[in-house]
Design a protein around this ligand. Structure first.
Ligand SMILES: Nc1ncnc2c1ncn2[C@@H]1O[C@H](COP(=O)(O)OP(=O)(O)OP(=O)(O)O)[C@@H](O)[C@H]1O
Length: 248
């Protein structure tokens, strides 16, 4: 079963169809959404996570219809996302940040919480830090971290909720080449256990990381396939890479 299924999903803003009848099944591995500016990537991403409601169409997650569910309900069902704007608690340590995220899986104000739940929470937090290569920084204040480490911490916090699907919005945006390389390696490690969707503008990252590339243009799926095939598609090169313009 595919983790996420979109069926004829559309989103209008006034008269503009930002996403126009997208049918897409997200399966195992890393799926990248690419396309020229204004293609509808961010809108589609927000429709997946529930940040925006669809205008029409259906969305299923792990076989369950989630079309009408808001983002926090989707998160409870196992869909995690990171945002372009980093959101960590600067005054808390790396482990505390991750622990709080892991804790969201359990009822927040339950005084009769079992000790075993606490152990499970801590284990989930530590496992997430290890996957992201942050174990050595567990005791550091999040506010003292370098930008690249904060980005990794954010992904660790999403992972700590033990999601079935992780949505990453421009995960290497604003990073140095070495930070990018590190992040790419960590996302690859994440994908061994969790399905991932990324929206990313850096084509080296997309073609080096993704198992599958979905190209959007004017709100529709223009092409969909393995990176090596997508890179050779004439329609993609024309619409996305602007070969005609360059030639001119
Ligand atoms: N909240 C909104 N209100 C009105 N129009 C919107 C809104 N959000 C997006 N749009 C429009 O929908 C279209 C798709 O935008 P979207 O941000 O999804 O594209 P994108 O592929 O993510 O672009 P970029 O690569 O520039 O981020 C654009 O024409 C945009 O102007």
């Amino acid at each position: 079963m595919n983790v996420l299924e979109l069926e004829g999903v559309s989103r209008q803003f006034g008269g503009l169809r930002a996403v126009d009848g997208v049918t897409l099944s997200i399966g195992t591995g890393i799926t990248a959404l690419i396309g020229p500016n204004g293609a509808g990537k961010t809108t589609l991403f927000n429709l997946m996570s529930g940040l925006l409601p669809v205008s029409s169409g259906r969305i299923r997650f792990r076989g369950q219809d989630i079309t009408g569910l808001p983002a926090h309900r989707r998160a409870k069902l196992g869909m995690a996302r990171t945002l372009q704007i980093k959101q960590v608690f600067a005054g808390l340590t790396v482990l505390e940040n991750t622990w709080i995220a892991a804790r969201q899986r359990h009822r927040p104000l339950d005084p009769f919480r079992r000790a075993s739940d606490d152990r499970a929470t801590r284990a989930a937090a530590e496992a997430a830090l290890e996957t992201m290569g942050l174990e050595a920084m567990a005791g550091r204040q999040a506010g003292s971290l370098a930008y690249g480490d904060i980005a990794l911490l954010e992904i660790a916090m999403a992972l700590a909720t033990q999601p079935a699907l992780l949505l990453l919005d421009e995960p290497v945006c604003g990073m140095s080449p070495s930070e990018t390389e590190r992040t790419v390696a960590r996302i690859r490690a994440v994908s061994a256990t969790t399905d991932v969707v990324i929206v990313e503008h850096d084509m080296d990252v997309v073609f080096g990381l993704a198992d599958r590339v979905v190209v959007l243009a004017e709100g529709r799926v223009l092409a969909d396939g393995p990176p090596a095939v997508i890179a050779r598609e004439p329609a993609v090169r024309e619409a996305y890479l602007g070969e005609d313009e360059e030639a001119a």
